[in-house]
Ligand binder design. Sequence first.
Ligand code: NAI
Length: 295
Amino acid sequence: MATASEIAAVGVIGAGQMGSGIAQLAAGGGCAVLLLDADPTALSRAVVSISASLRRLAAKGQLSQAACEDSIKRIRCVSAVQDLRDADLVIEAVVENEDVKKKLFVELDKVTKPSAILASNTSSISVTRLASATKRPSQVIGMHFFNPPPVMKLIEVIRGADTSDEVFAAVRSFSERLGKSVICSQDYPGFIVNRILMPMINEAFWALYTGVATKEDIDAGMKLGTNHPMGPLQLADFIGLDVCLSVLRVLHSGLGDNKYSPCPLLVQYVDAGRLGKKRGVGVYSYGHRPSSVRP
Ligand code: NAI
């Protein structure tokens, strides 16, 4: 099994909001990155946004021009799970769906080298259940980054029932090598942060749904009244309303309490394709609404 300093090649699966940020971070940390997505347009979008983000940092003087270009060169887009066979660590950041993730872990277990660590960026799904899809459950772990990964300081590391101490130690030091602070959670629905955050977001939707206040006042209330950098409805838009809904459903079914039942307004927005900032419209509008989004 690779130790933190031996993690040289990182596979990232899913080149969406999170995967592209994780790829940028790992490349900035000196790793060779193999970036995979089922959708080729997601890959090209990711390359454009990673390059733009690194060049912005270079323009601001926060990164040398050489380091910026080196990081971009370290990222290679690939098209099949087999292309990840040389990775020391694979971080999966595909859609928050247990069946999709499990299928991927079965495949990864077959094609990656026996020493590779398999990590999931899941927001809420059981790491133990993902690990049980493989023959190496001691090498499966949750690495929960926050959005956007290059900026946010935290990685929540989740130990599955069988995650070994060595794998936990390697992932903790690797995360620190990337400049992040680490918190450790046991494997319960929503882990630490989303267990606490998502009920607040859901409650903000209930407040909007039942006419307690406008979206602007709900957000301003939480921003100015509790010193949060943004209100819960805007934060939900930034996370993605589909991701919020999936996490709430995991909390609801996993913890068996109706207080986690998703607000009907959140469900309706997701049904309408109003997934938040990434789709140009969620609770708020962001001025770049793709034509594929239904009203
Ligand atoms: P996204 O929708 O922006 O990106 C997901 C990407 O995965 C898409 O590009 C899609 O084409 C790709 N994909 C789907 N199935 C695939 C497969 N079988 N093989 C390869 N690629 C596949 O989603 P986002 O927001 O990046 O979330 C990804 C994961 O990260 C989810 O598990 C989510 O819960 C988690 N997460 C999300 C956060 C957020 O703020 N959005 C924060 C922390 C974790």
